[in-house]
Design a protein around this ligand. Structure first.
Ligand SMILES: NC(=O)c1ccc[n+]([C@@H]2O[C@H](COP(=O)([O-])OP(=O)(O)OC[C@H]3O[C@@H](n4cnc5c(N)ncnc54)[C@H](OP(=O)(O)O)[C@@H]3O)[C@@H](O)[C@H]2O)c1
Length: 319
């Protein structure tokens, strides 16, 4: 094992960083999988990164790890998605990723996704908000991210969709935001989400989905396909729940049939094999895990028969 600090130093030279662990490198041998954003046909890699853990309270070593993770994400200029939000780390996730992107030169190499929400709270988002505050928060995101155009900005946690989506739509029309959407990771907001998906011109939704959390398959995925909305998956490891359930079990041999070399790749491939899913944003602060996860977006995907087998495997695990 190498330390995260070593990773930061080594990741300055991409090839060297990726040649350190042969098991992880195996995941990158095959072609990277991309999927089309339905509203434009633009293709993006199916594995991105979620960034809600970056905070000002993190240690220097943790921040170095996050910085190396972002450099690994940007490797090769593939345009992989980086998911942050105005609210993550009280702004630190946007601000530090924007600073590192400039200093390390990867601002043009990633697909920038952030979120806006001036409506506090969940469960309907906390009532209606002043559009001026929505504008102000979006402008603050531009400043923190230090980029002229944001690829994707989504309303966070269903906060006042009429007002906040209305403001995002204005930015999209002006060309400063390329895609707009809305997110939730609470099943009790799925009914509201479905209504918004049917009634607003969305490019994306962000939603929780994992091999042991498949509620989105029932109505959300079919509506996304009907309406031509891209699906960005959050919590693809079930907020780390799956790691505890897997424990030290060995990966089944049949995972090699779809080029999954690790448990992370097994779970990510389950998610991105769903026809409605466009991209997944697993969270990690560990550069080796980032490389592992990127490997989950390379090579073959599970067939429908594999997916059935994977579901049976998940059901056989202890709860
Ligand atoms: N409403 C919303 O919009 C909303 C809500 C929640 C989350 N999100 C987004 O979803 C992202 C992901 O959520 P999450 O991070 O809570 O959950 P997650 O992606 O399901 O799981 C993250 C956990 O998995 C571990 N992990 C990641 N890659 C690994 C690997 N290759 N091997 C072993 N362990 C690995 C991480 O630990 P290490 O750090 O040690 O790798 C962490 O403990 C967030 O960052 C955020 O961007 C959005």
């Amino acid at each position: 094992m190498i330390s995260r600090r070593d990773w930061l130093r080594i990741s300055a030279t991409a090839g060297a960083a990726l040649s350190l662990n042969p098991r992880l490198l195996a995941g990158l041998q095959n072609q990277e999988i991309t999927k089309a954003i339905p509203s434009t046909g633009e293709h993006i890699p199916v594995i991105g990164l979620g960034g809600r853990w970056i905070s000002r309270g993190s240690s220097a070593e943790e921040l170095a790890g996050h910085r190396a993770v972002l450099n690994a994400l940007a490797e090769g200029g593939a345009g992989r998605l980086w998911d942050t939000a105005a609210g993550y780390g009280a702004g630190a996730s946007e601000e530090l990723s924007g600073q590192w992107a400039q200093e390390d030169g990867f601002a043009d190499d990633i697909f920038w996704a952030t979120k806006v929400n001036v409506a506090q709270g969940r469960g309907g988002g906390g009532g209606s908000v002043d559009p001026a505050r929505v504008h102000a928060q979006i402008e603050q995101s531009f400043q923190r991210l230090r980029i002229p155009v944001i690829d994707l900005n989504q309303v966070h946690n269903m906060g006042d969709p009429p007002t906040q989506l209305g403001v995002l739509q204005e930015y999209k029309e002006s060309g400063r935001i390329r895609y707009i959407g809305i997110t939730t990771t609470s099943a009790n907001q799925y009914d509201d989400l479905e209504q918004v998906m049917r009634n607003y011109p969305l490019d994306f939704i962000g939603i929780d989905y994992a091999i042991d959390n498949r509620g989105a398959e029932e109505r959300i995925f079919p509506v996304a396909q009907d309406e031509g909305i891209a699906v960005l998956v959050y919590l693809p490891f079930g907020r780390s729940r799956m790691w505890g359930r897997i424990g030290d079990r060995p990966l089944p041999e049949w995972a090699a049939e779809f080029d999954a070399h690790t448990w992370a790749q097994f779970m990510l491939k389950f998610v991105v094999a769903q026809p409605a899913v466009t991209v997944a944003a697993p969270g990690t602060g560990d550069p080796e895990h980032m490389v592992d996860n990127i490997g989950g977006g390379h090579g073959r995907l599970p067939t429908p028969e594999h997916l059935e087998r994977m579901i049976a495997w998940e059901r056989s695990l202890p709860r």
